[in-house]
Write a protein that binds this ligand. Structure first.
Ligand SMILES: CCCCCCCCCCCCCC(=O)CC(=O)SCCNC(=O)CCNC(=O)[C@H](O)C(C)(C)COP(=O)(O)OP(=O)(O)OC[C@H]1O[C@@H](n2cnc3c(N)ncnc32)[C@H](O)[C@@H]1OP(=O)(O)O
Ligand SMILES: NC(=O)C1=CN([C@@H]2O[C@H](COP(=O)(O)OP(=O)(O)OC[C@H]3O[C@@H](n4cnc5c(N)ncnc54)[C@H](O)[C@@H]3O)[C@@H](O)[C@H]2O)C=CC1
Length: 329
């Protein structure tokens, strides 16, 4: 499955090799996990895309040691770029005109992030795995199956999947009691919500540990059972699919639907702005998955494929991440 590449453990910051940076008072104030009532110290995030990079950023901000894993250096560099640009926004807000403090804040956080293209070597040190790779059940199952034989017995496995049954991922491992959903929201640095999803086998103490972990990241965790879409996406998908049906029926333009929902329902983004933000590829994977085999949703016209969405994805227009989706960026 993976060309076992020479393990490239690259710090994001040359000086980090000396790792002489000590958390500044401002960062120390942010760092709360040292007194957190849970055993997690090293977080290993698989996937350095929109979500994985955000999860890495937030965990490192709150003083966890983090390893970000992806398929190749180019994807890792992309994820690093996401993190740096996001941290610059946070730093500018925190330290206004003080560029030295901004730089120190950013480099201090990045000093806690390692990158790797070797998934098995990375998991050997993991207390918590957060999987945020492509929304494909076979790819996720392959990853978890390969990690399970190498990860320490205490390591908790979680998935950031939007739509796939957590139980279908857990079943390829020998740690069903240490397997849960940990569903962050986009953009991870801004969105407070995390859905902690328990399967029929997840141990209560594992859920407790994950809830504590989320709180140490200053997130607001909610708990739910392992059903399609958990809480938010179960409500969001019908709303957003109806939006695209409106446009496909010629009722209104994407722009006017977005304006209507922002001004009429108070949403910060309309459905088409949002799906460009999420990624049209991920959106398609979710719809296709539910239409094919979603529990209680398979074959339901609510999640039937959208010709408009499919055409955009086929033409490589994936939203903000490719420079064009429903809108140009
Ligand atoms: C329609 C097509 C059919 C589709 C059918 C199928 C649909 C399937 C859908 C499935 C969904 C799957 C996704 C999933 O699993 C779950 C999700 O994540 S759903 C998405 C949830 N997120 C949202 O809804 C985001 C809504 N938007 C917003 O909250 C805001 O627009 C946003 C915060 C993104 C930007 O805020 P805005 O005011 O618009 O702009 P600013 O740029 O000024 O930012 C405000 C504020 O936030 C800070 N900030 C923004 N982004 C970042 C970042 N990446 N890093 C750090 N900081 C950031 C910025 O600095 C500002 O800070 P201030 O303190 O306010 O100055
Ligand atoms: N985009 C969004 O708004 C949200 C997405 N999610 C979920 O998070 C997961 C990731 O989504 P995004 O970050 O948007 O996708 P993305 O496409 O931005 O990133 C996916 C990353 O996974 C990497 N990858 C693919 N296969 C891999 C493997 N076998 N090993 C290591 N890395 C691998 C890719 O190279 C890519 O960098 C999906 O399950 C998605 O449903 C959850 C909440 C919100």
């Amino acid at each position: 499955m993976y060309a076992r590449q020479v393990q490239i453990l690259r710090h994001l910051r040359p000086a980090a090799l000396a790792n002489t940076a000590r958390p500044s008072p401002a960062v120390r104030a942010l760092s709360t996990n040292t007194d957190a009532a849970h055993p997690i110290k090293r977080v290993v995030v698989y996937g350095s895309g929109l979500m994985g990079s955000g999860i890495v950023q937030v965990a490192a901000t709150y003083n966890y040691q983090v390893t970000m894993v992806d398929l190749n250096p180019a994807m890792l560099d992309k994820g690093t770029g996401y993190i740096r640009s996001s941290l610059k926004r946070v730093a500018r807000k925190k330290f206004a005109e003080d560029e030295a403090q901004q730089k120190h804040f950013i480099e201090d956080i990045l000093s806690r992030v390692q990158t790797s293209t070797d998934p098995l070597a990375a998991v050997e040190q993991a207390d918590l795995v957060v999987e945020a790779i492509v929304e494909n059940v076979a790819t996720k199952r392959n990853l978890f199956s390969s990690l399970d034989g190498v990860a320490p017995p205490h390591t908790i496995f979680t998935s950031n999947t939007s739509s796939l049954p957590i139980g279908q991922l857990a079943e390829v491992t020998a740690r069903p009691t240490k397997f849960a959903g940990l569903h962050f929201f986009n953009p991870v640095p801004q969105m407070k919500l995390v859905e902690v999803v328990k399967t029929n086998d997840t141990a209560p103490e594992v859920i407790e540990t994950l809830v504590d972990f989320c709180k140490s990241l200053k997130k607001a965790p909610v708990q739910c059972k392992d059903t399609p879409g958990f809480i938010v996406n179960r409500l969001l998908v019908p709303y957003m699919t109806e939006a695209i049906r409106l446009v496909e029926r010629g009722v209104a333009s994407p722009e006017d639907v977005d304006t209507a929902m922002k001004l009429g329902a108070g949403y910060p983004m309309g459905p088409f702005e949002l799906v460009d933000y999420i990624g049209l590829d991920t959106t398609k994977f979710i719809l296709d998955g539910w239409y094919k085999s979603g529990e209680g949703l398979a074959g339901d016209k609510l999640v039937a494929p959208s010709e408009k969405l499919n055409k955009l994805v086929e033409s490589g227009r994936l939203g903000r991440k490719s420079g064009e989706g429903f809108y140009k960026y």
